[in-house]
Design a protein around this ligand. Structure first.
Ligand code: PMP
Length: 287
């Protein structure tokens, strides 16, 4: 079955889906995006993802391509047409196509909307949950508006590749004072020595991950004490557990940081318990 993408009002074969060469997403990374998990034919945390999309658009003074009702229809239609039961949808909005000029284009420029979807193999994630992953740390080198889910991801691309080149799978940003920020495409958590779940506050310096927000609910529901506070690289290295959260990965255990083994080198029980309870507690929208 061939894949279908939605581009500016049309459902088109994925291989032929395209935007204009002067689309501002292509020219300036002048756009925002969302990625949402689909599990057992249900969209996970759709409302929170669309709320964050609205916020990203507002922060960049961009116009929403359509109201939430029609947008939800398009998302579900793309998922249906691609027969996704386990997978993701990807949604991107840009400031539209206009003659190349840094200034905002004319107010009547139509925003570009692209929605794609793909199935994923649960076995690949299961392997990560069973084995954990290795990461590297690196100095923060992004702009200071990482709270906006912008498509400008060049530093993240370089960080991920640097991790791969070092024999690891991912990277964690550290700020200039040695505090842990977030992953190149995920939020970071530790289980501290006293068993408390710790993640950095999302007021500045990181993206407020939707999985992060829901995981705080999950922790409360299953009786795991959590706190939002800054934590140091040293705390990261000596934690009982370290893990990532993201819509594409749920909770991914981290067993090695910069070549140093975390705890006993095996995924921990708290991240597994949180992951197991997550789907039950998250909002689920039928396709
Ligand atoms: N931080 C960054 C930099 C990310 O790219 C992502 C993934 N979109 C996250 C955190 C996690 O966010 P979410 O849980 O909404 O996927």
């Amino acid at each position: 079955m061939s894949r279908i993408a939605y581009v500016n009002g049309l459902y088109v074969p994925h291989a032929e889906a395209s935007v204009h060469v002067e689309d501002r997403g292509f020219q300036f990374a002048d756009g925002v995006y969302e990625v949402c998990e689909v599990r057992r034919g249900l969209i996970v945390d759709l409302t929170r993802h669309l709320d964050r999309l609205d916020r990203s658009l507002r922060e960049l003074r961009m116009v929403a391509p359509m109201a939430r009702g029609p947008l939800t229809f398009v998302i579900r239609e793309v998922l249906r047409r691609n027969r996704v039961r386990e997978g993701i949808f990807y949604l991107q909005v840009t400031r539209g196509a206009a003659r190349r000029d840094h200034f905002f284009p004319a107010a009547d420029t139509v925003p570009t909307l692209v929605v794609t979807a793909k199935s994923t193999d649960p076995a690949i994630m299961a392997k990560k949950y069973a084995n954990g992953i290795k990461v590297i740390t690196l100095a923060e080198n992004r702009w200071d508006r990482v709270d906006i889910k912008s498509v400008g991801l060049l530093p993240n691309v370089l960080a991920k590749q640097q991790a791969r080149d070092a024999g690891a799978q991912d990277a964690i940003y550290i700020d200039s004072t040695g505090m842990v920020l977030e992953g190149a495409s995920s939020n970071v958590w530790i289980v501290a020595a006293d068993g408390t779940l710790v993640t950095r506050p999302a007021e500045h310096g990181i993206l407020r991950g939707i999985t992060r927000t829901t995981l705080l609910d999950v922790a409360k529901r299953i009786g795991v004490t959590s706190v939002e506070r800054d934590f140091t690289t040293e705390e990261l290295l000596t934690a009982r557990e370290v893990f990532f959260t993201s819509a594409t990965g749920s909770c991914v255990p981290i067993v090695e940081v910069d070549g140093r083994t975390i705890a006993n080198g095996h995924p921990g029980t708290i991240s597994a318990a949180l992951r197991d309870a997550f789907f039950e507690i998250a909002e689920k929208t039928p396709i």
